[in-house]
Design a protein around this ligand. Sequence first.
Ligand SMILES: C[S@@+](CC[C@H](N)C(=O)[O-])C[C@H]1O[C@@H](n2cnc3c(N)ncnc32)[C@H](O)[C@@H]1O
Length: 352
Amino acid sequence: MSRKRKEEPLSRRGVPELVRDKARPPLAIVLGSPAEVVHCLGALGDVEATCYQMDLHQAERLQAELAEQQAPAKVVTAADLWDLPADFQTVLYLPPRGGERELKIDMIEQAFHVLRPHGTLVVWSPYDTDPFFPSLLKKIFGRLHAPHQDGEAVLWCQREGDRPRRRHQVAFQARIGGGPSCRFVSRPGVFSYGRFDNGARALAETMTVRPGDRVLDVGCGCGTNGVFAAQHAGADGHITFVDSNVRAVALADLNARANGVAAFATVASSRIEGLAEGSFDVVLANPPYYANSSIARLFIERSAALLKPDGRFYLVTKQVNEIANLMMETFAHVEAMMHRGYTILCNTETAS
Ligand SMILES: C[S@@+](CC[C@H](N)C(=O)[O-])C[C@H]1O[C@@H](n2cnc3c(N)ncnc32)[C@H](O)[C@@H]1O
């Protein structure tokens, strides 16, 4: 395969005959970009399909593309693929180029559990020679078929018998200052897997949260920032965790409970909706760096609307210039604090 071809996204390659051959309904398509999923469904005809996504933003984009193509497939989001009924004849997994290795392992493990007996898992990999998937599939499914066709890496295997569910997760301990140590469970696909992020630490060490505060942890990941805020907000405070990734929301719930957060709520939303405007004393944000600051902009604009008039917004970043400009479009006065190599931007007054 030429180098150029190798780097082409799956959505620009012809769907291999083997994928078309093996895809028997009911079919589940696991992850994949909206363009890749729509491309595959187009090649598979009107097959009955369920498209699994973990993030509401991706799911909504996919839903919109499917509606445009008038494709009958349905989109489901769940914290775990194995939350779907174990009733698929075929699961087609479209792993991304790059991306988190642990999430790939987790998806293959969970795919086993949603297949019918003798059902088929098909992996159409963007890597043609990488031994990662062959050895992983062999380990989980026992037997692997890896015929190379048209220079494409399509691997398939069948579910035979049963195996116990093996949960992929890593717990880590963290503490802020002299506060109590907290234990957080993290799972693949949720920031940050297996460790307390340094930016999150910088944020938690800088924020001012007072007893009784109502705090919003926006883009909460596994919930570290809200849990540390709860140590200051106390029994009269309240923490709301919101994220577009439904696995993140499930983890924030689990970690808030396990660390004794007195009063909290979790919300899954890609637009930071479903929350009372003007109701929070503090909003905490550690926005992702992808998507050209569009998510940082969303976090800033929605936080301004959700804060009480004298509420405090803390955002941690390394992209200071870009994000400070966005902050100043929304807040009249913005203060910058440097800590641990990060900048924490905070409003000092909301713009009228
Ligand atoms: C850099 S991580 C921060 C996670 C956690 N707050 C921390 O500090 O470790 C950014 C989080 O924003 C979430 N996110 C991205 N886009 C979002 C959107 N449109 N709506 C809500 N959350 C979003 C991601 O799923 C991710 O959990």
